[in-house]
Write a protein that binds this ligand. Structure first.
Ligand code: SF4
Length: 547
């Protein structure tokens, strides 16, 4: 990060979230094992002020410290925590959890999620949850991925050979986390991969994941057959030293599975999967990531890098969903998961892809069974192939579905999927679509902290507190803009209707009146509602006859 770069600014936190304030909860951490006494841990959250500041709602906040010059980078909040771990050769969260030791990271996520820290520790020890947190990424605000916690979302960024710059990628990172991305994958394949990653890491408060085979491929001028274990290993260590928190490694793409993709409509659609498959075929040898898995585990254990074991043979079309190649690889993911746990490396498994709704559940059930309940991390899945330009929607449907069955991390898809490199607007659209999917899944799973947000916004809506309704939404600015498009005046913010149904047909207003009448007349609400509806029907019919 030596060179100074002039960065374009995103809209600020205050502009994006009016009447919201970033706040921190402070907790004390003392540990005999880490020789720490009363260390302060500050956990961020967003406070939304309501009812003209007489009431508030606190929500999860992944946006990181605001107003920082990217040339300087974020504050290193974990530096002191990590410095206490020098005596441990493999200081992974799983190692500590198995040895009954609570880390500051565990405290951080338990406070963030409002869940008991002993439970956090036991889920990590069991492999059912992970805290991706490389010891070389001190800027990180820890988060947890596991099916007994809030469903999280990942945003992909990164340049390609035909576009983008360091400025744009850092800006996308800040933009994605501002809107709620819990992790970010840097999938750069263009120029300056290493340098771009350095800028991203030093400015990221969320875990950063990569697919190291992309950079290894750059080192051999894009020829998969020229890759070697040594080049791959060197790439892993370099990225580990920089602070990458999780690696996607396609070690489950085995030589014997590749012929099974020949009957597919869309072959192998994972970039990493196709690179490994080409290497295996050209050498007629087993995947070097598979044969060197224990060596890779040793590297990851040293830094506490989590695995996101890749699904290189995921289906790329509805036609190919849930086929033999896909499930053969999933079984190998289970074997690799167990081996990684022996090294105390934290693991999640990647999943599809393109899957119609009725075939989604099978993916979750098989993953839980074959991969020993390690967290599942899926791309969507896209539930239909017919809507290029809207794949944030086709996939958010699948994401909500699989999230409700227990998928822990949902990788977003933007409207540009299959069409081009996403820009800043696409990143926001993808993040919002996936925040909806994750929250819908939390509601379906009856997560204890999910429903109160819905209840707050529903009550604001019913009481015509327009400002509160805007400010409680995932995207307050858009909600306000849509309202103001037809009713921009300030008195419309106290009106008991909007332009959708107009003043006479506002059902919320009618219900309000019915309640009032019922209260006054002490009558049953349902009877009154029927009377009210008959009355409105008469008005409507009259209007239609007159027009
Ligand atoms: S006018 Fe219709 S859409 Fe608008 S607040 Fe009333 S019921 Fe809701």
């Amino acid at each position: 990060m030596a060179k100074k770069i002039k960065f374009k600014k995103n809209p600020t936190y205050e502009e994006c979230f009016p009447r919201s304030e970033k706040k921190y909860k402070e907790v004390d951490f003392s540990s005999e094992y880490f020789e720490t006494n009363h260390q302060k841990i500050k956990i961020p959250f967003r406070r939304i002020s309501l009812k003209e500041n007489t009431h508030h709602l606190d929500v999860y906040d992944s946006s990181g410290t605001q107003g920082i010059n990217p040339n300087i980078g974020l504050p290193k909040i974990r530096e002191e925590w990590i410095s206490k771990r020098k005596k441990d050769k493999n200081p992974t969260q799983m190692y500590y959890a198995k040895n009954n030791i609570i880390t500051p990271e565990m405290i951080f996520v338990s406070e963030r999620e409002n869940i008991d820290v002993e439970f956090v520790k036991s889920e990590i020890a069991r492999g059912r949850a992970i805290i991706p947190s490389n010891k070389k990424h001190p800027e990180l605000e820890p988060m947890i991925v596991g099916r007994n916690f809030a469903v999280k979302i990942n945003a992909n960024i990164g340049n390609s050979a035909v576009g983008s710059s360091i400025e744009e990628e850092v800006q996308k990172l800040q933009w994605a986390t501002l809107w709620g991305a819990d992790t970010v994958m840097d999938l750069s394949t263009g120029k300056n991969i290493r340098q771009t990653r350095e800028w991203i890491l030093r400015n990221s408060s969320v875990p950063i994941g990569t697919v190291p085979i992309y950079e290894a491929l750059e080192k051999v001028n894009g020829k998969p057959e020229d890759l070697t274990w040594e080049i791959f290993r060197e790439t892993l260590i370099d990225q580990a030293e920089q602070g990458v928190d999780y690696f996607t490694i396609h070690a489950g793409v085995l030589l014997r599975f590749i012929p099974k993709t020949s009957e597919r409509m869309t072959g192998i659609v994972s970039r990493g999967g196709s690179i490994m498959a080409k290497w295996c075929l050209s050498h007629h040898e087993e995947n070097f990531a598979y044969t060197h898995w224990d060596d890779i585990c040793r590297i990851c254990a040293k830094y506490d890098i989590s695995f996101s074991i890749g699904d290189g043979l995921r289906p790329g079309s509805i036609y190919d969903a849930n086929d033999e190649a896909q499930f053969d690889e999933l079984k190998i993911q289970g074997e690799l998961t167990k081996r990684a746990w022996e090294f105390n490396v934290q693991v999640m498994n990647e999943g599809p892809g393109h899957v119609p709704i009725h075939m989604i559940k099978e993916n979750m059930e098989k993953q839980l069974d074959w991969c020993h309940e390690a967290p599942f991390y899926t791309l969507g899945p896209l539930t239909t192939d017919i809507a290029p330009g809207y794949d944030h929607i086709t996939s958010a449907i699948g994401a909500a579905n699989i999230g409700s069955f227990g998928c822990a991390l949902l990788c977003y898809v933007t409207p540009k999927e299959h069409l081009g490199l996403p820009n800043r607007k696409d990143v926001k659209d993808g993040v919002i679509a996936y925040k909806i999917a994750a929250h819908a899944a939390d509601l379906a799973k009856q997560h204890p902290n999910a429903k109160n947000w819905d209840d707050e916004i529903s009550s604001a809506r019913f009481e015509f507190r327009w400002e509160d309704q805007f400010n409680l939404s995932l995207d307050p600015v858009t909600a306000r803009e849509f309202h103001d498009e037809t009713l921009p005046h300030s008195n419309a913010k106290v009106a008991h209707f909007c332009s959708m149904c107009g003043p006479k047909f506002c059902s919320m207003k009618i219900s309000e009146e019915i309640r009032e009448m019922a209260k006054n007349k002490n009558q049953n609400e349902q009877v009154i509602m029927l009377e009210g509806m008959k009355e409105k029907a008469k008005e409507y019919n009259k209007m239609n006859t007159e027009s």
